[in-house]
Design a binder for this molecule. Sequence first.
Ligand SMILES: NC(=O)c1ccc[n+]([C@@H]2O[C@H](COP(=O)([O-])OP(=O)(O)OC[C@H]3O[C@@H](n4cnc5c(N)ncnc54)[C@H](O)[C@@H]3O)[C@@H](O)[C@H]2O)c1
Length: 255
Amino acid sequence: MSGTFDKSVIIVTGAVGGIGSATARLLVEAGARVVLTDVVRDGGAELADELSAHGDVSFTPADLTDEDAVRAVVAHALDRFGRLDGAFNNAGISQAGTPLVDLASADFEKVLRINTVSVFHCLKHQMAAMTEGGSIVNTSSGLGVMGALNQAGYIASKHAVCGLTRAAAVEGAERGIRVNALLPGTVRTQMQVAAHGSAASPAVLERTRQLHLLGRMGEPEEIGYLARWLLSDEASFVTGSLLPVEGGLLAGRRL
Ligand SMILES: NC(=O)c1ccc[n+]([C@@H]2O[C@H](COP(=O)([O-])OP(=O)(O)OC[C@H]3O[C@@H](n4cnc5c(N)ncnc54)[C@H](O)[C@@H]3O)[C@@H](O)[C@H]2O)c1
């Protein structure tokens, strides 16, 4: 993949996390210049240092729920690299498992603010900056197109990411900007651990085996490969798509 991106400039959000850092690594290896951003500062500079050995990388922290902070991330990309060609809008949080009837409004609003409003902020400022076209990938979830127990806030937030993706794809098409969403199944990251416990625990292994036809959880790189492809010109006829990358989670059950 080396050289695929020919110095294209790509923003990766949630870059310190599992899927974000794996994807950033793949993009740098393929020749992209990458702006890493995350609300978490710890680890961001270290990741940028590590990836800088392979290409041009910069880290700028931001809480994406703050529109001014998002504007500043895009301005940072333009100041540092002079253009913006792509973005992987991947930052997000999980929701504690709570029945809808017990879910506090504040908790519902919090997950929508981080998982959905942040993506709106990103799309708005990234699309305005992509004056020569581009490609944007948003991370939704398998739960962006299906229901599940005790996850009403997360499910609503990720369905909304799918809607935003399609809305942005329609408006972006005239500007030469493709916009797609990924629907990951369970992936081995901190978020998975926070939501369900150690990836090695028998309960988690059995749960992932039951849920995914392939019988296991995904690795962050397995999401990153598809994100990288969508961001590349190889996906030049793909826009407005909601692409599953979920080991068969959505396809059916082994009953
Ligand atoms: N891990 C899974 O099983 C799974 C499944 C489906 C979808 N996803 C989605 O994948 C994306 C990446 O998650 P991950 O699994 O790598 O988890 P992760 O917790 O490792 O990474 C998420 C990152 O987002 C950052 N973030 C959170 N709030 C932010 C904010 N307000 N501003 C900026 N950054 C913020 C976090 O600091 C973290 O680094 C998320 O959108 C998540 O919903 C994950």
